[in-house]
Design a protein around this ligand. Structure first.
Ligand code: SF4
Ligand code: SF4
Length: 284
């Protein structure tokens, strides 16, 4: 079983369009949407939810007013100012450090687990999709990404699937690191703008740190041939293969509006390029 993650370093590069197209081309795979803050792979894959599970993570202090003797020790002890003078914890401000619970002489403060979000397994026209939704103001996106990846691996092993195709989150933070760990290949999607190149370089450093084999795709490459050439030179200097260049084409937007992947929508050069990218990825 081979795990391939598609990342970009920033949003808006066409990463999800490319991931969905690879998912459409691949046989025998499970898909994972690791963008747990703002998932969008489902917009193209239109999943039918099969399983829905709660995701519990992190802890918040809770003061039992029956046990609290109003001694006042906990209020100044909390360096996050999460405990009001009325001895009520603000769950948004509480960082779950547990200090107040340890110092309360009357055992009035309990640490309770948070319902931090949910993860789902769905059927799509291309096979199973594992996806998730982090709760509002929750911060355990890295752990939720690790969870959906583990569920996808279990499905792949159970069903003897060849590939796990992962739509990575934007940025270079904790959820990206959780998306990259242990994969067989990271496909970095970039666009020919200086900010696109800069963001791709940042995410490349993260992938490099984890010793993940990397390949590049330049999306909308014909919008700025000069920067495209700079990206190619950069990749060559680092020994990173550019395995595809996709031209700007309004049919990609049309296919998205129709809720289809571009490989379902057209049979021309973009589809051919994506087929070629998929073939090259399999040799990773
Ligand atoms: S330390 Fe315990 S008893 Fe004292 S005010 Fe806080 S919760 Fe109440
Ligand atoms: S657990 Fe830590 S952050 Fe939360 S209220 Fe207690 S001392 Fe403050």
């Amino acid at each position: 079983m081979k795990q391939i993650v598609v990342i970009s370093g920033k949003g808006g590069t066409g990463k999800t369009v490319i991931t969905a197209s690879l998912a459409a081309l691949a046989q025998n795979k499970v898909m994972v949407d690791c963008d747990v803050d703002a998932a969008d792979l489902h917009l193209l894959l239109q999943p039918k939810i099969k399983e829905r599970h709660e995701f519990w993570s992190g802890k918040t202090a809770f003061i039992d007013s029956q046990l609290c003797q109003k001694c006042g020790r906990c209020v100044p002890a909390c360096r996050f100012q999460a405990i009001a003078d009325s001895y009520v914890v603000d769950p948004i401000a509480c960082e779950g450090c547990g200090l107040c619970s340890n110092l309360c002489p009357y055992d009035a403060i309990q640490m309770k687990e948070n319902l931090a979000g949910e993860w789902l397994v769905s059927d799509t026209r291309y096979g199973s999709l594992v996806h998730a939704k982090l709760g509002i103001a929750e911060e355990n996106s890295g752990k939720l990404v690790a969870k959906v990846r583990q569920v996808a691996r279990d499905i792949a092993k159970r069903d003897k699937l060849d590939h796990v195709i992962i739509d990575g989150p934007p940025g270079i933070g904790c959820p990206v690191i959780a998306s990259l760990s242990g994969v067989d290949c990271a496909l970095i999607v970039t666009e020919p703008t200086l900010s696109g190149l800069h963001d791709a370089q940042r995410v490349l450093e993260v992938a490099d740190h984890f010793k993940v084999p990397i390949k590049f795709v330049i999306n909308k490459y014909d919008l700025n041939l000069e920067v495209t050439s700079q990206i190619e030179d950069f990749c060559q200097s680092k020994g990173i293969p550019v395995i595809g260049k996709i031209a700007f084409d309004r049919r990609i937007v049309e296919s998205m509006v129709a809720g289809k992947t571009i490989v379902e929508w057209e049979t021309g050069p973009i589809r051919e390029e994506l087929v070629s990218i998929w073939k090259k990825l399999q040799t990773a």
